[in-house]
Design a protein around this ligand. Structure first.
Ligand SMILES: [Zn+2]
Ligand SMILES: [Zn+2]
Length: 161
């Protein structure tokens, strides 16, 4: 395993301890994650408004990237899957919601967020990608197949009445 010396604390650390920096020669930041986090915290405490304004400018300049980054950390934290795994599920489902089989509306500005990761609320296991209305709908019906079937029957009966 190769090591890299942090420019701030001077310690030798594993490559995984450094965040990526696409423009750097080795593709990594000069400072280790711990030092970079500490520096970010310090500059935020020194001048919160400046940091917030910078984050806002960055988000406005590239909303897609911002979304990818924030959704990426959500994917990892909440569902334990990577962006690559998400993309693979997205590809396998042909970009369609697994319940209503609808695709992404043409006017939707945030394509990746259109399909949400649906997970079992009991086991936490990832099931499939669903559109937001279907995802919310299942939750409202407490993932109860009997209730969902009963709802379908009810709608059909009312429609034919
Ligand atoms: Zn360091
Ligand atoms: Zn759907």
């Amino acid at each position: 395993m190769s090591l890299k010396v942090c420019s701030a604390c001077g310690e030798q650390k594993a490559m995984a301890q450094f965040s990526r920096h696409p423009k750097a020669r080795d593709g990594l930041q000069q400072r280790c994650r711990a030092c970079a986090n500490a520096a970010a915290r310090a500059s935020y405490l020194k001048d919160p408004d400046r940091v917030k304004a910078r984050a806002k400018r960055w988000a406005e300049k590239d909303p897609e990237r911002r979304m990818r980054v924030s959704y990426g950390s959500k994917l990892r934290k909440h569902y334990g899957i990577t962006h690559a795994q998400y993309d693979e599920m997205h590809r396998k489902q042909g970009g369609l919601c697994a319940v209503c089989l609808r695709g992404q509306p043409a006017d939707y500005s945030a394509p990746r967020r259109f399909l949400l990761v649906d997970h079992c609320h009991q086991s936490g296991a990832v099931r499939a990608l669903l559109c937001s209305p279907c995802n919310v709908g299942l939750g409202r019906f407490e993932d109860d197949p009997a209730r969902l079937r009963s709802a379908a029957t009810y709608i059909e009966k009312e429609r034919n009445a």
